[in-house]
Design a protein around this ligand. Structure first.
Ligand code: BGC
Length: 753
């Protein structure tokens, strides 16, 4: 519908008229009473979000603009009560009722609608599997489904902003937040996170993407400087965000805690002004992470649009100090207008104004649990399966299930993304008492699910605390399924890659007495496996979400043919990593002291540059424990007839994928690139597909390659440069099993940044 004033006046003319009566006059005087509805031209959904934002901005006073560009917790915090009107969540920004601008109700939601503080009836939410599990599906459509699901729950709970979209590449397998992220590879990260954001925003709400950028470890995250050269950042961390933003079009970007090359992310002119808003033309708004802001002018002038979680900053930088800076001209009025305009634009573009969410909506938790289960079933990775131990044979008499509260539930990761799952916390009372605790088990009992699948076998559970007793019981069982846990959380990196709580000894002891031992890893990422030689079968179940127990059981017994592939390299040990020890203050790694202030700044030098994960291992000739892209199936696949053609800088790859086994299954052929004439060019994942195949079936797959992954970033020209010459394309089962290869020759090309 298009509202016309005075019969014939054009929209453009109306916009101009309202602009003429705009900011200057209104800003200084008191807020006028709302004008008649017909004059609130920004309510017209037929206008573009930009035009509507401009119109609404024109009606705002200086105080209203300032109020829009900062906000705090939406829940009680440090003695401060919950703000009036807030639902009770991570963030709240009051609306402007006289203009019909709603409040921003912000909830964390990377892996489900988080509700870490306000546990109350009805506050529960569906827990998605971890980000690594979702990415292990190599299936953007599945990630989008997951995002759509959590977005729908958020909407029904009345939230209009989800703090979702963790797009940091996993530079360090010990990073406490890898479970919130997708992968070590920028293409996979960008495609998966972008799809998840698209899903969230399909509910007409705002999603962030975060934590921009190079927030790659938790130890000292608020003080460290991530040091890296620009080209490397462009080809890795920034590329992941760039692709995710293109794919998902998030209306907000959250800048992270850390510094990059000495400058805090949220006041980093290069990252915010030049790259994000300049080179990428990003039209949304940038909000700070909670406690990540350290200045007024520097941040405002660099491109930060909104201060969030202001109670955690040393002062409310975008409150009175920003007002003063604007009044004295240190921050131009036009910059404040740009900040407010971007936020308003996001509100119009997302449709939270036209179609506001309301709390108390119906949530079909059963349907949502099925989405979580589907993701787990496609994201669990079968790492090892000697002598085809899995799927477990029908007709076993005695199965022993061991460890990690497998009688009650499955593990999840801690911190701001924590979901209080539907059905409540399965194992109450586990520490830590303070944030990022508690450790939450999701009520999906692997034991019950295994018993249901086991066709009448006797299935017993013991907790494994007594290793000798576990060994005795294991000796009598036809098969043993050991669950291993590694709780990871925001603010806490793991000091190393070993399983905690003496689990390596338990697994080793049990595997030695029972050759039919299956290890199910519930971890935040890669772990060492000193017991591997004695253990015929290993599944990486990550944090498997609301129906993780069922998903694991279906894979164990063959109801589901595993199809996940590793989105992150599993090293043999820490010595293989670019930084054998996590840099920084050990107090941070163990959660001591005030994480926001009390550490001295330090540097993390990303010596690996863009060669993260499998690229680093490849360059160094280091064989990992399990390579990126690895994952087994209960059937066998074959790749053949790989060809590549080039049209300009667009390379198209074709190959045949065959299911050579007896069961239906899903293969994930991966295309890797090398440059035979340039040893410094890293191996790169340039395309992937997910191909469901019936037994005996062959399908041809056609994949177009994003030219940026064929290029290097040239900082002096500020663009992507494809150096002319030969490109070898491999079709692989993973980053090391490069089964086929072909070549294309490309002419030199330049692409915009
Ligand atoms: C986290 C963010 C989160 C925010 C609000 C911060 O500690 O780094 O990811 O969105 O808190 O809860």
């Amino acid at each position: 519908m298009r509202i016309t004033i005075g019969g014939r006046r054009s929209i453009a003319a109306s916009v101009l008229m309202i602009l003429a009566a705009s900011s200057a006059s209104l800003e200084c005087g008191p807020a006028r009473e709302p004008r008649p509805e017909a004059q609130r031209r920004w309510v017209d959904p037929d206008l573009s979000p930009d035009a509507r934002a401009e119109l609404a901005l024109g009606a705002m006073t200086l105080d209203e603009k300032i109020a829009l560009v900062h906000g705090g917790f939406g829940m009680p915090f440090n003695g401060k009560p919950k703000p009036d009107g807030a639902i009770g969540s991570a963030g709240y920004v009051a609306g402007i009722p006289r203009l019909g601008i709603p409040a921003l109700q912000e909830s964390d939601a990377g892996l489900g609608v988080a509700n870490p503080v306000n546990v109350r009836p009805g506050d529960e939410a569906t827990a998605l599997p971890s980000g690594l599990a979702i990415a292990a599906s190599f299936d953007p459509a599945l990630a989008e489904r997951g995002g759509a699901m959590i977005g729908a729950e958020a909407r029904a709970k009345g939230f209009n902003v989800l703090l979702a979209g963790g797009a940091n590449i996993a530079r360090d397998p010990r990073n406490g937040r890898n479970f919130e992220y997708a992968a070590e590879d920028p293409l996979l990260t960008g495609m998966m996170v972008g799809a998840a954001v698209r899903g969230v925003q399909s509910n007409d709400i705002i999603s962030t993407i975060k934590h921009y950028v190079l927030n790659a470890q938790e130890t000292g995250r608020t003080v460290l400087s991530a040091n890296i050269d620009e080209a490397a950042a462009r080809e890795a961390d920034l590329l992941a965000f760039q692709i995710a933003i293109e794919q998902g079009q998030p209306h907000a970007v959250m800048c992270g805690y850390n510094r990059v090359n000495g400058i805090y992310n949220c006041e980093n002119k290069f990252l915010l002004g030049r790259v994000l808003k300049g080179d990428w033309g990003y039209p949304g708004f940038v909000m700070s992470d909670w406690g990540a802001l350290h200045s007024t002018e520097a941040a405002a002038l660099a491109g930060l649009d909104h201060e969030s979680g202001e109670e955690l900053d040393t002062q409310v930088f975008f409150g009175a100090p920003l007002r003063q800076a604007v009044e004295t001209g240190r921050v131009p009025r036009s910059r404040l207008d740009d900040m407010a305009r971007r936020i308003l634009r996001a509100m119009f573009a997302s449709r939270i104004i036209d179609r506001p969410p309301a709390s108390g909506g119906f949530i079909d938790y059963h349907a949502h649990a099925r989405v979580a289960q589907a993701i787990a079933e496609q994201g669990l990775v079968l790492l090892r399966n000697e002598n085809a131990l899995l799927p477990l044979a029908k007709g076993l008499r005695r199965i022993l299930v061991l460890g990690s509260h497998a009688d009650r539930g499955v593990l999840s990761g801690g911190g701001s993304s924590q979901v209080i799952p539907v059905g409540g916390i399965a194992v109450p009372g586990l520490g830590p008492e303070r944030f990022p605790g508690p450790t939450v088990y999701v009520p999906s009992s692997p034991l019950d699910a295994i018993a249901a699948e086991a066709g009448g076998a006797q299935v017993d559970y013991i907790d494994g605390s007594d290793i000798a007793a576990a060994q005795r019981r294991a000796g009598d069982a036809d098969a043993v399924i050991i669950f291993a846990h590694q709780w990871m959380a925001e603010m806490l990196d793991r000091p190393d890659l070993s399983l905690p709580d003496d689990q390596d000894r338990l697994i080793g002891a049990v595997a030695r007495v029972n050759p039919h031992t299956v290890v199910v890893l519930e971890t935040g990422g890669p772990v060492r496996m000193p017991w591997l030689a004695d253990t015929p079968a290993v599944i990486a179940a990550w944090y498997p979400g609301a129906r993780g127990g069922e998903a694991i059981a279906r894979i164990l017994f063959g109801g589901v043919n595993p199809s996940g592939r590793l989105p992150i390299t599993f090293p043999r040990d820490e010595a293989q990593l670019p930084r054998p020890k996590i840099p920084g203050d050990d107090r941070a790694a163990i959660g001591d002291a005030d994480p926001y202030r009390s550490f001295a700044p330090f540097d993390v030098n990303y010596v690996e540059g863009a060669d993260v994960g499998y690229k680093w291992f490849d360059k160094r000739g280091e064989p990992p424990l399990y390579p990126f892209g690895h994952g087994l199936s209960y059937t066998a696949f074959a790749l053949s007839r790989l060809t590549a053609t080039a049209a300009g800088s667009v390379v198209t790859v074709r190959l045949d994928v065959t299911n050579a086994g007896e069961r239906a299954g899903i293969d994930t052929p991966q295309i890797y690139l090398r440059r035979p004439d340039d040893a410094s060019f890293p191996i790169r994942l340039v395309a992937f597909a997910r191909v469901p195949l019936a037994p005996g079936e062959t399908r041809q797959v056609t994949l177009a390659i994003d030219p940026r992954v064929l290029a290097r970033f040239d900082t002096s020209a500020n663009g992507w440069h494809i150096a002319p010459g030969r490109f070898t394309l491999h079709a692989g089962a993973n980053a090391r099993d490069l089964l086929l290869s072909t070549e294309v020759t490309l002419a030199e090309a330049w692409l915009k940044p």
